[in-house]
Design a binder for this molecule. Structure first.
Ligand code: MN
Length: 744
């Protein structure tokens, strides 16, 4: 049985796991769940030792710690890691686990148990791909199973020395052919490298030792070289106020060994034993891509780059999500040095794979992360279900679903294109080329014709159908998600608008000329709103685009003229009033000479009270010399008279009758069908009065409305009011100075 020392070791390792889980143990419930999983596993494996002599539970504890600390999965995965060997190696069943830890954890443990059985089957190299597929199928219920299996394998590789030789070889073979590539596909670089190095250590121990020794031997010289190389780079980076880490990064022993094998060279001939890595903290609001290239330019100011050795995985990340900018430069002493430039985010994704990717996508909320994880798992499962016989094709599809935020689609030629999740066929069209986007009329997705607005999915093959006459419309903007598509659509529309404005100016000026009118500001004040436009540019561009036809321009211009007459009417100044106003009378009949000549004076009807002939009026001289005429009892006029008595001009109506004046009436009554028609007929047909605006609002069987109309004088208006009052249902008709709302 276990000694006190064994128990102390177990307690120590569990404490380390708890420590690694601190950031995900949000509640006491979380903590209790983890303690429970450990207690259960510990009891199940209690008294059993590994081949190394350690208590068996040390292994599940180590796997759980890798899952928590090195990969970053959640609590359920950590529990499943602790329990992963329980069903296979002890008397506890899956049901025991399900009832205690829930179906999800039990399903993961089930998958891990099954894979152990698949792994026990022998297979030849030619069958490996197919077996791998089968294995993943077995595990496809939950991708976390694969990841836990990787952690399990990593710990077994770390402790491989206690295994018998022939078992070591089988495990190493699987590791190099299955697990290291899987880690690579999942973007778990640190784990992939470690698995490869450990595999080499056991399969070619002499080679491994030789390379390791050589690296140790040359370490001091390398460090001096790296210091020499980085010194001027550090200076430049500091000058640019970039926050960064810079360090030499040795190539893995396995990758050096691979290169020696491939090129049939000795280790002394491998020149790139290390790379210099710069990991910078990106500043806000500047694309990380630009920051990478900025650092690149700082370095190449110092060292000449090797032109054909730039690897831009920032613009086009590797299929497994790896992002970085790699370049090779001529360092001191004529030595080529590879430099890897990454942001802290890129670095974490490179080292920890998609687990880090989630972190950057969804913040720290555990629940959201669980949801995203489930979504990702569903997509992997769908991909697994879609795949048919070809194992290799399946692997390709598998990697497509690693990043839920992106989709990868195929061109008709079979080339892949990466687009954001939610992209439509139109996004794809613009991704191919702006000309393709601008002339898109439809798409063929997997050989089926669909609308260009159709969303596309990972794995779809997309072909865009175009037509020379097609062109972008404003509503296209609602159906694209990529910045590129939006930018091109906006640009096209803007350009088109500019063209339309130019064409509109030409057309409008021509039309105006036909009517003998010049395009002055007053014309626009009337014409632009008459066509329902807010600005001159809008008006021009609509004319240019053919949306507005100028067929009725003549009528609108005439209306204008009529309005102009109303506003600029010549009043006669009353001599008698003037005379009284000038006081005295000593000059007698000569007084006429004192009267200024008012015949050319411009008068204007005030828009606060709309006086009409017959109203008592008063005029005020404006700064521009015109006179504004108010009703005498208008509140604005009273105010002006009090403050600016010097500007008062006495006025009275002339006897001209052919001019109409704008005025407003308000009516109220009981709503009934046809009342509006009756009222307007009386006004227009019976009285021959021109209605300008009519606004009726009806609620709870009561109507209230305003009518703006043109009358010649107050007698006309009073007659009209009397007539309208007679209409059945109308209860009150009143002249008002202004209307509150005009919508017609
Ligand atoms: Mn295990």
């Amino acid at each position: 049985m276990f000694t006190e020392e064994d128990d102390r070791l177990i307690a120590e390792r569990f404490a380390a796991l708890m420590e690694a889980c601190q950031h995900i143990l949000h509640t006491d419930k979380d903590k209790a769940f983890l303690v429970d999983a450990f207690t259960f596993a510990n009891r199940a494996h209690y008294g059993v030792r590994r081949r190394s002599g350690e208590p068996y539970i040390v292994h599940p504890l180590a796997v759980a710690t890798i899952i928590a600390k090195e990969i970053g999965l959640g609590l359920k995965s950590i529990a499943a890691s602790l329990l992963h060997d329980v069903v296979e190696d002890t008397d506890y069943t899956l049901e025991d686990i399900a009832s205690r830890f829930g179906d999800k954890v039990a399903a993961m443990v089930d998958g891990l148990t099954k894979i152990k059985q698949v792994g026990d089957l022998a297979y030849s190299t030619s069958e490996q791909a197919e077996n791998f597929r089968k294995m993943l199928y077995t595990l496809s219920d939950d991708v976390r199973v694969m990841i836990i299996k990787l952690a399990d394998r990593l710990h077994n590789m770390r402790t491989l020395q206690s295994m018998p030789k022939e078992k070591q070889m089988k495990i190493v073979g699987e590791t190099i052919s299955i697990y290291a590539p899987l880690a690579h596909r999942l973007g778990l670089y640190a784990i992939k490298s470690e698995l490869e190095d450990l595999s080499l250590k056991y399969s070619f121990p002499e080679d491994y030792k030789m390379i390791a020794d050589k690296l140790a031997e040359t370490a001091a010289g390398r460090k001096r070289f790296i210091d020499k190389f980085t010194a001027p780079v550090i200076e430049k980076l500091n000058d640019s106020e970039i926050k960064y880490q810079i360090y030499g990064r040795e190539k893995t022993i396995y990758s050096i060994w691979k290169k020696m094998q491939r090129k049939q060279i000795t280790i002394d001939e491998v020149y790139d034993l290390f790379a210099v890595r710069i990991v910078f903290e990106p500043v806000l609001y500047v694309p990380e891509k630009s920051q990478c290239w900025h650092i690149y330019s700082l370095i190449t100011d110092i060292y000449k780059p090797k032109p054909d050795r730039i690897r831009d995985w920032v613009n086009i990340p590797k299929a497994n999500g790896y992002e970085a900018l790699h370049c090779t430069v001529m360092g001191p002493d004529g030595v080529w040095v590879e430099v890897q430039i990454r942001s802290t985010r890129m670095d974490e994704i490179a080292e920890r794979g998609f687990a880090a990717h989630w972190k950057y996508k969804s913040g720290t909320n555990g629940e959201i992360q669980e949801k995203e994880l489930d979504q990702w798992l569903r997509e992997v499962r769908d991909a697994l279900n879609r795949s048919t016989d070809d194992a290799v094709e399946f692997l390709d599809e598998f990697k497509l679903t690693l990043y839920a935020s992106e989709i990868v689609v195929f061109t008709p030629k079979g080339e892949t294109r990466t687009l954001p999740q939610g992209a439509t066929a139109l996004d794809f069209a613009y991704y191919i080329h702006s000309k393709v986007g601008n002339h898109a009329i439809g798409a063929k997705v997997n050989h089926k014709t669909v609308s260009i607005f159709s969303p596309i999915q990972s794995g779809d093959q997309v072909e865009i159908l175009t037509s020379k006459t097609a062109e972008p419309k404003v509503e296209w903007l609602d159906h694209v998600v990529t910045a590129k598509a939006k930018q091109h659509i906006k640009y096209y529309i803007k350009k088109q608008q500019d063209n339309n404005i130019a064409r509109g100016i030409e057309i409008f000026n021509e039309e105006l000329a036909k009517h003998g009118v010049t395009p002055i500001a007053r014309v626009f004040r009337k014409v632009v709103p008459a066509y329902g436009c807010k600005t001159k540019d809008e008006f021009y561009s609509k004319v240019g685009a053919g949306i507005i036809s100028l067929d009725n321009l003549g009528r609108i211009l005439k209306e204008n003229t009529a309005q102009k007459l109303i506003k600029y009417w010549t009043f006669q100044v009353s001599n008698t009033i003037r005379k009284l106003g000038s006081g005295g009378g000593g000059k007698g009949g000569d007084g006429e000479e004192d009267i200024p000549e008012h015949d050319d004076q411009i008068f204007r009807v005030a828009e606060c009270c709309y006086p009409i002939p017959g109203d008592e009026v008063i005029g005020f001289k404006e700064k521009d010399g015109t006179v504004t005429v108010h009703k005498k009892n208008c509140s604005v006029a009273l105010d002006l008279a009090a403050k600016h008595g010097d500007r008062i001009v006495q006025t009275q109506w002339s006897s001209q009758k052919e001019i109409s004046y704008l005025c407003h009436i308000r009516l109220k009554g009981m709503d009934r069908v046809g009342i509006l028609l009756d009222v307007s007929q009386i006004i227009t047909a019976q009285l021959g009065v021109n209605i300008r605006k009519l606004y009726i609002e009806s609620h709870d069987a009561i109507f209230e409305g305003y009518i703006s109309l043109y009358v010649r004088d107050i007698k006309d208006l009073n007659d009209l009011i009397a007539q309208v009052r007679k209409v059945k249902g109308v209860e009150s008709v009143q002249r008002v100075e202004s209307i509150q709302e005009v919508t017609i």
